[in-house]
Design a protein around this ligand. Structure first.
Ligand code: MN
Length: 376
């Protein structure tokens, strides 16, 4: 549970790439937190006979960044290096890879000594030409959008889930304020070794378990559109349906996946997320392409917003940014991005405000960033 800054750090880290018919874009942002503890990994073409396989992952660290950073560097090699992988049991190999990574990492001096108590969630996708293998440990989440809808998602490992709670109680722990021993908000994670010391119990029977839930989804060449991996900083403020609809609406405007990923984290920030945010967006060959109609509709939306802002500013006694923003929110402007709403146009609204009120452009002040507006 880190502390918060006076003003969010909105600089983004971006990456993009393509291979094996897939394209990907990554965006991460520190946001309101004092530390950035997320990490990620994106590789197309794994080499050594796995040229047509790809790997993507998001890690949400807590109590430090040591474990999330180490996982981003080593989870893939632990999975493909597992004996089960060579005998073609990919699901079992992923499970074995998580467990061996967690066991090996424990020997790192600063983690072994307890000096560093960090831990991390992990959500990853290993994509072969025929199958998407998805694994989750903790409360980061993967969602597959097929035919325009979220048809598959991972399950978040929260301590209040009956099976998780049962394991925690059997290991002698408790679940209070929805947290393990009143402290940790996830029931499964890599690292967090102070929760993995109950004698006589295996690694998957501890207060916190490193065991992933693994699913194999057979690919559908025509219908699979995209896969999103993201940490809870995104899912706290967007449902699976929201995020699929929003990403889809942005993909109708651009094929720049970094830009789409950036719009997701910006929108989540303005929707009120206070956490670090990371998203890996992977598109399949069946992803819808940008369309001239969608671009025309977006231009019309922006023209409408600019007209309404001009009216509000001309009529009002006060032209404070938040006043304008609240007035726009109260109007229920039609055609706002699905799943994103007015928050998705916040950067545009700020740029128009700076143009219309050049002497009053305080829209980046901490005060205005801290307060949101209520959308109906
Ligand atoms: Mn988080």
């Amino acid at each position: 549970m880190g502390s918060f800054l006076d003003k969010p750090k909105t600089e983004k880290h971006n990456e993009h790439g393509c291979g094996n018919g897939l394209r990907y874009g990554v965006a991460s942002m520190q946001g309101w937190r004092v530390e950035m503890e997320d990490a990620h990994c994106a590789v197309t073409g794994l080499g050594e006979g796995l040229e047509d396989w790809s790997f993507f992952a998001v890690f949400d660290g807590h109590a430090g960044e040591r474990v999330s950073a180490h996982c981003a560097d080593h989870l893939l090699e632990c999975i493909v290096g597992a004996e089960e992988f060579r005998s073609d049991d990919v699901i079992e190999a992923i499970r074995a890879g998580f467990l061996s990574l967690d066991a090996r990492m424990r020997a790192l001096p600063e983690l072994a000594s307890g000096e560093d108590k960090s831990g991390s969630t992990a959500v990853c996708a290993l994509i072969s030409p025929h199958t998407v293998y998805v694994a989750n440990c903790g409360d980061s989440r993967a969602v597959l959008c097929r035919s325009g809808r979220p048809t598959f998602s991972t399950r978040d490992h929260k301590p209040v889930l009956p099976a998780e709670k049962e394991r925690i109680l059997r290991a002698g722990g408790s679940v209070m304020i929805q947290r393990v021993n009143g402290s940790l908000a996830v029931s499964r994670a890599l690292g967090d070794y102070e929760y993995k010391n109950v004698e006589g119990r295996g690694p998957c029977e501890q207060l916190v378990s490193p065991e992933p839930e693994v699913s194999a989804v057979v690919r559908n060449e025509e219908k699979d559109e995209f896969l999103v991996l993201a940490c809870d900083g995104v899912w706290d403020v967007m449902s699976n349906e929201d995020l699929c609809a929003f990403v889809r609406s942005r993909l109708a405007l651009t094929d720049d996946l970094e830009s789409v990923a950036n719009q997701v984290v910006d929108t989540c920030l303005y929707k009120g997320s206070r956490d670090n945010m990371s998203i890996v967006l992977v598109t399949f060959p069946g992803v819808p392409q940008p369309s001239a109609e969608a671009m025309q509709r977006e231009r019309e939306l922006e023209e409408l917003i600019e007209r309404r802002m001009t009216d509000i500013i001309n009529q009002g006694d006060t032209v404070e940014f938040l006043h304008v923003l609240q007035a726009l929110a109260d109007e229920n402007i039609p055609g706002l991005p699905p799943g994103g709403g007015l928050s998705a146009k916040r950067n545009f609204i700020e740029s128009v405000y700076k143009k219309l009120c050049p002497n009053n452009a305080d829209s980046n002040s901490p005060e205005s960033q801290r307060r949101g507006v209520s959308e109906t």
